[in-house]
Ligand binder design. Structure first.
Ligand code: CA
Ligand code: CA
Length: 214
């Protein structure tokens, strides 16, 4: 009887040791697994800024809406606007980020007389909820004298070509109608110089749309 009790006690002790050893091993493996997990990077990255202009066809004095889309910033934070040229003016040089992540100011373009003027517009996000960042985009403004956007849709298109051709034809068809709008070299009559100027100004406008849109 005593012998059986002794054996039973020994078996229980051995079993308890096995359970204890199993538990220790489980904890050990769990610790190793946690250590082996990839480390997560919690460092903040700078927001991405993208500027857009509207309209994209800009002649002297045009009021251009400048919008910066901020990816990674927070609503209510500040954007500062600057330019690399003394000409032209912003309505506001400090704007806030909206709920949609955008921030907008307007810029009244300068008034070039003969040659186009290129101004670098910069939007700056200074360190707030994320590291600082900025972006710059060139705005090309054309002289008002180069404006051949006859239908005023802020695009260069077939309607502008038709308007010029009609102006040209009307001068030579009787009764002759002279319209100074299409007399692009200003010599009081329609001639080849006007055609040449129209092509130049049309291509200039198309280029400005590409530059200001990209
Ligand atoms: Ca047009
Ligand atoms: Ca002419």
């Amino acid at each position: 009887m005593i012998y059986e009790f002794h054996n039973s006690l020994c078996e229980e002790i051995i079993m308890d040791k096995r359970i204890l050893a199993t538990a220790i091993l489980a904890i050990l493996f769990a610790s190793m697994a946690v250590c082996a997990l990839p480390k997560t990077a919690y460092s903040l990255s700078a927001p991405t800024l993208t500027i857009s202009f509207s309209p994209q066809l800009v002649y002297g004095g045009t009021v251009v809406t400048c919008t910066v889309q901020v990816s990674g910033g927070s609503q209510g934070e500040t954007i500062t606007w600057s330019k690399n040229d003394s000409s032209g003016s912003f309505s506001q040089t400090s704007t806030t980020i909206s709920a949609s992540g955008s921030s907008t100011t307007t810029f009244t373009s300068p008034t070039p007389i003969t040659d186009p003027v290129a101004i670098n517009i910069t939007a700056i996000y200074t360190a707030q909820s994320a590291p600082a960042n900025s972006t710059t985009k060139t705005l090309l403004t054309l002289p008002a004298s180069a404006n051949v956007d006859y239908n005023s849709d802020k695009k260069m298109g077939f309607d502008d070509i038709v308007a010029f051709v009609n102006g040209y034809i009307n001068f030579f068809q009787g009764p002759s109608v002279y319209n100074a709008t299409y007399d692009l070299n200003g010599n009081g009559r329609m001639d080849f110089g006007d055609v040449s100027n129209f092509i130049t100004d049309y291509l200039l406008g198309a280029s400005a749309i590409v530059i200001n849109g990209n």
